[in-house]
Design a protein around this ligand. Sequence first.
Ligand code: HMH
Length: 237
Amino acid sequence: MDMAWHAQRDWPILEWGLAGRLRRDCMEEWTRFIHHPFVKGLANGTLPQEVFQRFLIQDYLYLIQYTRACALSVHKSTTVADMREAAALVSGILDTELPLHVGYCKGWGIDEDMLRKAPESLQLLAYSRFILDRAQTGDLLDLLTTLAPCMIGYGEIGARLHAAPATRREGNPYWSWIALYGGDEFTTLVEDGIRRLDRIGQQYGADARYPMLKEEFSTATRLEAAFWDAGSEFPLS
Ligand SMILES: Cc1ncc(CO)c(N)n1
């Protein structure tokens, strides 16, 4: 029996609509992102703790920049319904995800002061400034397309690792990370994001603009793949 995880069978919405088309057309970059050695280290628990800590610090700084870009999606919305949806995502990150991240870092011995004082890595600078550029110069569709690999990719990684028989559960220090991104709450967020991208795509003429959208999705995916090494510049302590 084939035990491998297939989006088509295990999470079909991943292949649906505009997001599905972009993911398929950028499969080479996508594979490098979601099957990165860092992800394998999370799955089998062999990733060195210090490497994970340095990554978490950069990821916290990333979420702040990501939230600033999301805030611009409120400004770019042209209907009150779209504004509300965008604003809900901004408060969701500020009130739920960021405090969770701070609590999670504390469990790994990283306090808030360390988070605040940490220098931004080149990977973070490149990725966040790319997102903020698309957020400032593009419209709502450019922005949501640029933000899509982040949300969908972590959702797919979470779902894959959660389901894979090869993933170590007991005694794996990274199981809580896997459970978060493979859990129901994050899964629902990703599914809402996939539907929203498709709806905005239809509204904003995605078909005619597809080459540019593909470029945005592809670049963001390459930057996600590079981001696994975001902590590598900075030794702890
Ligand atoms: C770099 C990165 N991409 C995606 C996510 C998912 O929120 C995250 N926390 N960090």
